[in-house]
Design a protein around this ligand. Structure first.
Ligand SMILES: NC(=O)c1ccc[n+]([C@@H]2O[C@H](COP(=O)([O-])OP(=O)(O)OC[C@H]3O[C@@H](n4cnc5c(N)ncnc54)[C@H](OP(=O)(O)O)[C@@H]3O)[C@@H](O)[C@H]2O)c1
Length: 254
């Protein structure tokens, strides 16, 4: 099967490329470094020629609507015109959290639906690396701040990549569908994430400072709407603790 992977050099996209290649597919990474700019459409038509599926992992949250919303719609229109199955990565709970980026991701999903071609949206929870980054950002010295009862169900990026390839190589839908959400095995309050991150760096457990959730955004975070309802998601991959054990002591990036 010929599978185009947008953002094929990114964190998630590179894992999708590796997994799909290992399964014997003909894989075409597509992003600006391979001559495909989804924000302008340059190289897009050529990239889709002869493709069965395109897995959309490209994004650039720093450019507002440009890539997340408009480039996704451009890709969805092109995929529909070429009758290529579009597989799109999205985020669990984006319809229940009033964050700007999440609203954009929701509009991206709506644009894909409106394009009318065969498309599957797979929503994942926060990746382990991003969750560790949040814990570091919410920590100062020995203190970690939690907004109300904020928690995560972080997921192993390689597990998400495997599920995306399962969907890409699986039965093709006739229109827009959602795959089961994917998440990691454990729900972790942010204080526990910070404790595991600090233990990984051989530091003592943090003192957790609870901030009351004031306003819509903080309430949404406090209510953990980023965590899938019990029994609804496809759970798997390395636990956060097992993932941490594979990481260098000094965590960097997100
Ligand atoms: N991180 C998480 O916790 C999480 C959770 C759930 C879902 N997701 C979703 O996963 C997706 C991928 O995230 P990631 O962290 O893997 O991203 P990433 O590492 O930043 O990679 C994104 C890639 O997009 C490409 N790109 C950017 N602008 C482009 C453009 N105009 N045209 C073509 N390609 C472009 C870039 O390649 P070039 O520079 O070569 O163009 C880059 O390699 C995102 O949609 C995100 O919402 C992430």
């Amino acid at each position: 099967m010929r599978i185009v992977v947008t953002g094929g050099a990114g964190d998630l996209g590179s894992r999708v490329v590796r997994e799909a290649t290992a399964r014997g597919h003909d894989v075409v990474p597509a992003s600006r470094r391979t001559g495909v700019d989804l924000a302008t459409g340059d190289g897009l038509e050529d990239a889709l020629l002869g493709a069965d599926t395109v897995v959309h992992c490209a994004d650039d949250p720093s450019r507002g609507d440009t890539v997340t919303v408009y480039a996704t719609r451009r890709l969805a229109d092109a995929a529909a015109a070429h009758d290529v199955h579009l597989v799109h990565i999205s985020i669990v709970g984006i319809d229940q959290q009033p964050m700007t980026y999440y609203r954009r991701k929701l509009r991206a999903e709506q644009g894909i639906d409106a394009a009318g071609g065969p498309a599957t949206v797979l929503r994942a929870t926060q990746f382990h690396s991003l969750t560790a980054f949040f814990a570091r950002r919410l920590s100062v010295g020995p203190f970690t701040v939690t907004i109300g009862d904020m928690a995560f169900q972080p997921v192993d990026t390689d597990f998400v990549a495997r599920r995306l390839v399962d969907v890409a190589a699986g039965p093709r839908p006739t229109g827009y569908v959602r795959a089961p959400d994917v998440a990691g095995p454990d729900v972790l309050p942010i204080g526990e994430v910070a404790r595991l991150v600090r233990a990984h760096r051989r530091a003592s457990a943090p003192r957790v400072v609870r901030v009351p959730p004031l306003g819509r955004l903080m309430r949404a975070i406090s209510e953990s709407r980023n965590v899938p309802a019990t029994g609804t998601a496809d759970l798997g991959g390395l636990s956060f603790a097992d993932w941490l054990a594979t990481q260098p002591e000094r965590l960097t990036g997100r």
